[in-house]
Write a protein that binds this ligand. Structure first.
Ligand code: UDX
Length: 414
């Protein structure tokens, strides 16, 4: 099938490359000339395991092309994906500026029946908005079908998740448009849920909010454990074995961050508010998450008898392992709090160091955890990179001023 994907961030690029890998003719579009140039040479602008190899192969086999022209890509495509960013605006409501601009560009270029797919996470009602903008830009209404097809991939395992989705959600106004996507995804063999536009848009927000809620719930339980002497890992295990609850996303620790959960939970709250519903439960989910990180720093402070003059080694900066993404990373809050309290920070991350250096230039970035441990008053595990799981703890302890490790991700046995 001929497919266009507008936007080459995590969602757009992974979608484009995987669809090309499955044998479709894919043209990706990005307005950033530097990104286009890189992609043309087979270099992905994001870090994601496996993407570079798959990109190079699909270019070589002639299934993947890149352009900066929406019209070139749209004119030949049967299906056009909108996969541009929807960052939170000042009040937390997703900012649809990029989606609007792309819808306009698509509307100016449609010449034959086209299914336009909202892949970006957009508030309920956006499908209707995109259709209206496309038609206002000049497209013949009879040629346009807008479909919602939210993305559930996780960074760090994006290719695997796209090839093996738990479900494919398709929200459409008519069967023919939905069937076009069913056909596109037919080789994936996944359970498909076909709904109206609004329900599909809500499935994405409700899913991410629910997962964040699960993590905040277990983190709240971890606080009762701290106060009572219980072990939250055992509690999570005992709860998770109940099939109705399930064991995933019950890992207590520093809390949730990243490019999706913070934006989508807040987005759900603000969108609900605009519709007239006060989603107080989710406001508390956010509050628990914020306090979880600050409580961790308070405990570090208490253990060290104050942070002023102390040297703290940070293990991991990315918001989670296998990505260089630092959006809403817990490392940023922890570093800020330590520096504010008069402490100093040394830090290591396998790939995200340069991005954090731009925010905290005074932090001492090192090539290895062993260097970070040198003369440290404490080490803090923030991102559970695999390479941190097999460290020589004796060697670390010897290098440190005091051998204290605060494990924010429960990587080590006490
Ligand atoms: C998430 C959703 O999982 C994905 O479906 C959606 O498309 C995008 O948002 P992602 O942000 O890549 O994916 O990472 P994920 O693995 O879900 O982790 C999110 C955050 O929750 C991370 O900060 C992680 O450290 C934290 N987390 C996750 C926990 O604290 N405990 C857990 O048990 C699981």
């Amino acid at each position: 099938m001929k497919v266009a994907v507008v936007g080459t961030g995590y969602v757009g690029l992974v979608t484009g490359v995987v669809l090309a890998h499955l044998g479709n003719d894919v043209v990706c579009v990005d307005k950033d000339p530097a990104k286009v140039e890189k992609l043309r040479n087979g270099i992905p602008p994001i870090y994601e395991p496996g993407i570079e190899e798959m990109l190079k192969k699909t270019i070589e086999d002639g299934f993947f092309q890149i352009t900066d022209s929406i019209s070139d890509a749209v004119e030949t495509a049967e299906v056009v994906f909108i996969a541009v960013g929807t960052p939170p605006g000042p009040d937390g409501t997703p900012d649809l500026t990029a989606v609007r601009a792309v819808a306009k560009g698509i509307g100016q270029s449609i010449r034959k029946p086209t299914v336009v797919v909202n892949k970006s996470t957009v508030p309920v009602g956006s499908g209707e908005l995109v259709e209206k903008l496309i038609i206002e830009a000049g497209a013949d209404p009879a040629l346009v079908n807008v479909v919602s097809n939210p993305e559930f991939l996780r960074e760090g395992s994006a290719i695997h998740d796209t090839l093996n989705p738990d479900r494919i959600v398709i929200g459409a106004k008519n069967q023919a448009a939905a069937q076009k996507l069913v056909e596109l995804y037919s080789t994936l063999n996944a359970t498909t849920v076909i709904t109206d536009l609004e329900s599909a848009e809500l499935i994405k927000y409700a899913s991410n909010s629910f997962l964040a809620l699960k993590i905040s719930f277990i983190n709240a339980v971890s606080r009762i454990c701290e106060l009572s002497g219980g072990n939250v890992e055992d509690v999570a295990k005992g709860m998770g074995l109940d099939k109705r609850i399930g064991s995933q996303f019950l890992q207590a620790g520093l809390g949730w961050g990243g490019s999706c959960f913070p934006k989508d939970v807040l987005g759900t709250v603000t969108v609900a508010e605009s519709l007239g519903y006060d989603f107080a439960l989710l406001k508390e989910v956010i509050a628990i998450n914020d306090d979880q990180t600050l409580n961790f720093v308070r405990r570090l402070d208490a253990r060290l008898g104050g942070l002023a003059g102390k040297r703290i080694g940070i293990m991991g900066l990315a918001f989670k392992p296998n990505t260089d993404d630092i959006r809403d990373a817990k490392s940023l809050i922890i570093i800020e709090e330590i520096l504010k309290a008069g402490g100093s920070v040394t830090a290591h991350d396998p790939i995200a160091t340069e991005l954090v250096r731009a925010i905290f230039p005074t932090v001492d970035y090192r090539e290895s955890i062993y260097e970070v441990s040198h003369e440290a008053d404490a080490l803090v595990m923030v991102t559970e990179w695999n390479e941190y799981r097999h460290l020589d703890l004796q060697r670390l302890a010897k290098a440190m001023k005091t051998p204290i490790l605060f494990d924010g991700r429960r990587c080590y046995k006490k």
